[in-house]
Ligand binder design. Sequence first.
Ligand code: SF4
Ligand code: SF4
Length: 236
Amino acid sequence: MCSGRIDLEFILRAFSKGMDGVFIGGCRLGECNYITHGNYHALNMVLLCKKILEHIGLNPDRLTIEFMSSGEGMHFTEVVDGFTKRVKELGPLGKGEGVDENELKSRLDAVTKLVPYIKLVKNEKLALRPEEKKYSELYTSDEVDRLFNEVISYHIDPDKCQACQICLRRCPVEAIIGGKNQIHVIDQDLCIKCGTCFEACPPRFGAVEKITGGPVPPPIPEAERAMTRQGKETRP
Ligand code: SF4
Ligand code: SF4
């Protein structure tokens, strides 16, 4: 498939399934048949993913992207040989870095869960067409550390929610649990942190909170979600 289809999730999935290295081959930059120039998109994904690997303690050399035409068989052989040699030098994924299996799985799972958020936050940068000499500067380690240290989460304040169901209808991934006369809560495992609920909650309620880099309060128990409505069923 076109290298423009490469997604951060595909790369992380390969590592999660135990691959020691991931090689991506794409058409030469500037020679894409389409105006979309998908190979630049793949390059940006790879540059970002290398910094993410670094952030979770994995060697970024385990991931590479090379551009070539179908007529460059020799070049293909050389780069694949070179990459294979490098990955063998690095050893098995995790072991080569001194990260044990369970810790490796937990780090990869945590990062994979944040892929939609990362793509949202880095949306503009992922669309850039960097010059070759600026590849190493496109994403910095500090920038990626900050990205993970300042992850935004959303939470519904049970004392402010009016159960209007607007956020529930607008959430793109059905991460909001609620209903008529039910205080709404966000399932943090499903939430992709798109911020739609924060924008959609009417300002007069202002029930959706944005939390930067901190823990999210647990959802209120299901038995306590019934709403207080003048004279009707009340919240205990
Ligand atoms: S941030 Fe987006 S995905 Fe998460 S609950 Fe709100 S609308 Fe749904
Ligand atoms: S939009 Fe706001 S008030 Fe309405 S259900 Fe969602 S969180 Fe509650």
